[in-house]
Design a protein around this ligand. Structure first.
Ligand code: HEM
Length: 446
């Protein structure tokens, strides 16, 4: 009953439509159409980014891997496709449902997105800085007490605890534990890349549904318990405060909070793990970040080198390394080619971030490429958060969380590699594998 598909991209999937029109249009694009498909799939599975990169070199910026599967490597075109999301294409599909969202569901989500966005504006995130800093410090302290750790094994819980103060007043251990289980179950499903009919009683799917129900039950209990006498702080309301003051019905509030807490976590977790991977490998940069953090604490200036380090980390390893769209209308994929509805489009931030036409010496980790005022950058060649109407709603929070984490590690801790990383895993989220790190508290005055 199982059909296997290639690994799932972030928020996307492969499809196998076979309309003659799709074939005719796709054939105007270069690529291994008509060749042994299992051949390219094997090559893709073995080394997804290497295969896509070699294909781009061979076939050019826009190429087709199958009748209805097109990869777009030109940043202007990629940006145009992302900007046309919800008009010419959809992000798809809900992996549990195995189908794309309806227009009504998309409209509903855009309303939810607006509510979530209100607690994630740059100003709102700045208002939460003390809470965020405290949460980041506490998370790192608990890691510093233990032995070597795999960053991917601890990242979800650590990032979740840091997000929580934006969403809920006070600690919520039952919510954290339910969310951690729910996200792990969802990642197993996503990484399996298995499409099953909706009615098929898969244990993977059952686990995700059970975990999601538990999250909703915990959130419902929390919201209901808080409702009667809560005082909302006017300067930095949490998302649950906003939902309460806007009299959002409990069912909807549970849905909004569940989405806000879970949707951004996999990518943040990947970025956090790569950040630690990069910091541990670069003691000289760590020293520079530490000096900057100490100087800025006194002067109140921005942590510009630390932020540059974070950006470079997300350039070299964008967690959402492959974005997918399913076209719902004819869509231009190059100057000369428009593909029909029903085509899957892949845009890879990973490939664009390592393209030497836009990034000199692209495989070198160089934070200073972000600090020099003389560096010219292509305006769409950096896409760690996507672009267009479905751009990451948590991008400010993500960047701030990572910047605070880097600064805290550099000032308060030593971070070392005890086991080096093996090849990165290009799953639904790009992640380091094999690595073990050790975090130890810095002695006072050291
Ligand atoms: C460094 C951390 C993060 C990275 C790299 C990241 C990356 C992304 C990317 C690339 C997308 C767009 C996917 C697409 O176009 O297919 C996205 C969407 C999204 N992100 Fe993030 N994200 C991060 C942090 C966060 C945080 C902290 C939150 C919220 C707490 C968040 C919430 C969301 C949501 C709700 C969406 C869906 C937007 C929509 O479909 O309308 N993200 N993220």
């Amino acid at each position: 009953m199982r059909t296997r598909a290639p690994p799932q991209p972030f928020h996307g999937r492969h499809i196998m439509a076979t309309s003659p029109d799709a074939l005719a249009d796709a054939l105007t694009l270069p690529g291994p159409v008509g060749a042994d498909r299992r051949g390219w799939r094997r090559a893709y599975d073995a080394d997804p980014a290497g295969f896509l990169s070699a294909s781009q070199e061979r076939w050019g910026d826009t190429f087709t891997l199958d009748k209805n599967l097109v990869v777009v490597g030109d940043p202007d075109m990629a940006h145009q496709i992302l900007v046309a999301t919800d008009r010419e294409s959809v992000i798809g599909p809900d992996r549990l449902e195995g189908r794309f969202p309806t227009a009504e569901e998309t409209r509903e989500w855009m309303g939810t997105r607006k509510l979530i966005g209100r607690v994630l504006t740059p100003q709102a995130v700045r208002g939460q800085l003390p809470r965020l800093e405290q949460a980041v410090s506490t998370g790192l302290e608990s890691l510093a007490g233990g032995g070597p750790f795999d960053p991917m094994a601890v990242t979800h819980e650590t990032c979740l605890r840091a997000f929580l103060p934006m969403y809920l007043p006070g600690p919520a251990p039952a919510v954290v534990s339910a969310l951690r289980d729910s996200i792990r179950a969802a990642l197993v499903l996503a990484d399996a890349g298995v499409h099953l009919p909706r009615w098929w009683p898969s244990s993977m799917r059952r686990r995700v549904l059970t975990a999601r129900r538990r999250v909703h039950a915990e959130l419902r209990a929390l919201i209901t318990a808080q409702r009667p006498d809560d005082q909302v702080p006017s300067d930095s309301p949490t998302l649950s405060d906003l939902l309460r003051t806007a009299s959002v019905p409990t069912d909807q509030a549970v849905h909004v909070l569940g989405n806000a807490l879970s949707k951004g976590l996999p990518a943040t977790a990947g970025a956090w793990s790569w950040l630690l991977h990069d910091l541990a490998a670069r003691p000289d940069d760590m020293a520079r970040i530490r000096d900057e953090a100490i100087a800025c604490r006194a002067s109140g200036e921005e942590l510009s080198y630390t932020r540059a380090f974070v950006r470079e980390s997300m350039r070299t390893h964008p967690p959402a390394w492959l974005l997918a769209r399913e076209t719902t209308a004819p869509t231009a994929v190059s100057e000369r080619c428009t593909v029909p509805a029903g085509t899957t489009l892949f845009v890879s931030p990973y490939l664009i971030h390592r393209d030497p036409r836009y990034w000199p010496d692209p495989h070198r980790f160089t934070p200073d490429r972000w600090t020099s005022p003389h560096t010219e950058r292509h305006r769409y060649a950096y896409l760690p958060f996507g672009a267009g109407p479905r751009v990451c709603v948590g991008l400010h929070l993500g960047e701030v969380l990572l910047t605070l984490t880097a600064a805290r590690i550099a000032t308060d801790h030593h971070l070392t590699v005890t086991t080096p990383a093996t090849a990165p895993a290009f799953r639904s989220v790009l992640q380091p594998t094999g690595i073990r790190l050790q975090l130890t508290r810095r002695a006072p005055g050291a």
